[in-house]
Design a binder for this molecule. Structure first.
Ligand code: NAP
Length: 270
């Protein structure tokens, strides 16, 4: 009765990523950077996108030191710029068969009444408009080849909204709904659409949210054994390495001390 289950448990079930090509937006720090490291160690070729050139240049060198037989191409661009898609197209980056749609940010932590219009525009332009356009451009190629994995960096905020984060939460709800629709539209093309929804991850995220205010950013993680970027990269690799017949739709991953966006149990000291 259980023979096939025992046999299955002894088979290597994870798919190799060796030789595949991944396009990662937001590769200059945090989750994107950590995933780049994991993918290079798996033998993937990379197209890395972010605005900070020095960071990408240094990262490329370090990645090639880790694995000299992969190709690493850097693209210093703003995903919101009018020619972002055409630049990526010309360089062949849109032909990647893994796309980590990760570049994103929160700006400010204010009520709807007090929030800055410019912060709303930046979040909506990056997390929604640019992210949607990039997935569209990549999926157009994937449908012709009949293969590909799109991983969208969603958030706990895509599942549960919180006070003073209306537009960030709205942007991540939108990203999630968009990729759920996309999954339904691409089932017949052999494409997997995966979402990763983290809670608190200690990256540059809070530093960006609070405009470089280090004290405010550090206070977010005070007394919490929070996630780090490598923890999230591990989840991404788990989803990607599943056999082709398995689509991990969404991984909601949080620190043990976080119950929801506002219920965080903090220790007096770490
Ligand atoms: P991070 O360390 O601030 O990384 C964000 C990355 O996005 C950076 O590489 C940044 O690079 C890039 N980026 C931002 N705007 C860009 C633009 N207009 N054009 C090109 N690149 C841009 O933050 P992170 O935590 O790794 O965030 C990655 C994703 O995870 C985001 O979508 C975020 O919403 C999501 N997330 C984070 C958390 C968390 O607690 N950290 C939780 C849930 C979800 P440059 O500045 O060099 O352009």
């Amino acid at each position: 009765m259980i023979k096939h289950l025992v046999e299955q448990s002894m088979r290597v079930r994870s798919s190799s990523l060796q030789g595949r090509t991944a396009l990662i937006t937001g590769a200059s720090s945090g989750i994107g950077l950590a995933t780049a490291v994991r993918l290079v160690l798996e033998g993937c070729h990379l197209h890395l996108v972010a605005r900070r050139k020095e960071r990408l240049t240094e990262l490329k060198l370090e990645l090639l030191n880790l694995n000299p037989i992969v190709n690493v191409i850097i693209h210093c661009l703003d995903v919101c710029s009018a020619d972002a898609i055409s630049q990526l197209e010309q360089s062949g980056a849109l032909e990647s068969d893994i796309f980590l749609n990760n570049a994103g940010l929160a700006k400010g932590l204010s009520s709807v009444v007090d929030a800055e219009a410019a912060d709303w525009s930046e979040m909506l332009n990056t997390n929604v408009n640019a992210a949607f356009k990039l997935s569209k451009a990549v999926v157009q190629r994937m449908t012709t080849t009949g293969r590909g994995d799109i991983i969208a960096l969603s958030s706990l905020a895509a599942h549960t909204a919180y006070e003073n984060g209306a537009v960030y939460c709205a942007s991540k709800h939108a990203l999630r709904a968009f990729h759920e629709s996309l999954r339904l539209e691409t089932i017949q093309h052999g494409i997997r659409v995966i979402m990763i929804s983290p809670g608190m991850v200690n990256t540059e995220f809070s530093l960006v949210r609070f405009n470089g205010d280090v004290q405010r950013a550090e206070a977010v993680y005070e007394g919490v054994n929070e996630l780090d970027a490598g923890d999230v990269a591990e989840s991404i690799l788990f989803a990607l390495k599943q056999p082709n017949h398995i689509n991990i739709n969404d991984i909601l991953i949080m620190p043990q001390q976080q119950g929801n966006p506002w219920r965080v149990h903090r220790h007096a000291s770490r």
